[in-house]
Design a protein around this ligand. Structure first.
Ligand code: ZN
Length: 196
């Protein structure tokens, strides 16, 4: 899932040369990372990922790579499906910590639902309102196969619901209201033509 765009405002005094260089470098890194994330229209984004059975070196490398990509792309979550790997793994940023969740299950949801804008690293700059449960209990295992259970609420609960959806081949365009979906499709269609 992508970060909220309105966080990116900068103070005018900050615009000295060094900051401009840092900004240019940050943008370049972000573009490189995004070029490794499958984009809307890619059929792999619609496929269901498979349970992980081997907790080996390859899984460790995959999750490390996904964490690096999530940071460079300035996202708050990334599912393996988005890098073309159909395994039930996602990473997300929770309270200053990077988390790897393998074979995740939303064991319970509560606290009612809330509608908020969501973006996705696979959908470019398009954002749309999505209704999600306010509280979730997430169960799964870590990269070593050790059991994991997280009680989450608010943004973190939203992020993990978004990432579990990816592992089932579901995207936010499937979760939003019909009008927002139409608007999103109008923005996404020209990108599809350009990428052919
Ligand atoms: Zn996403």
């Amino acid at each position: 899932m992508s970060r909220h765009d309105h966080d990116e405002h900068h103070d005018e005094h900050d615009n000295d040369e060094q900051n401009e260089n840092e900004e240019a470098e940050r943008r370049a890194l972000r573009q490189i990372a995004l070029s490794q994330v499958r984009q809307y229209g890619d059929p792999v984004l619609r496929m269901r990922a498979n349970e992980v059975e081997a907790f080996d070196e390859e899984l460790a490398r995959l999750s490390e790579r996904m964490i690096a990509l999530m940071h460079d792309a300035e996202g708050v979550g990334l599912a393996a499906t988005q890098v073309g790997i159909l395994r039930r793994v996602f990473v997300f940023h929770n309270e200053g910590e990077d988390r790897i969740v393998v074979n995740p299950v939303l064991a319970s949801t509560g606290g009612g639902t809330e509608v908020d804008e969501e973006g996705c690293l696979s959908l470019g700059p398009v954002r749309m309102p999505v209704e999600r449960a306010v509280e979730v209990t997430l169960e799964g295992v870590d990269a070593h196969g050790a059991p994991l259970r997280l009680e989450l609420e608010g943004l973190s609960a939203r992020v993990v619901q978004h990432e579990v959806d990816h592992l089932d081949g579901k995207l936010i365009v499937d979760r939003t209201d019909p009008e927002s979906r139409r608007e999103a499709m109008a923005q996404l269609r020209p990108r599809l033509v350009l990428s052919r």
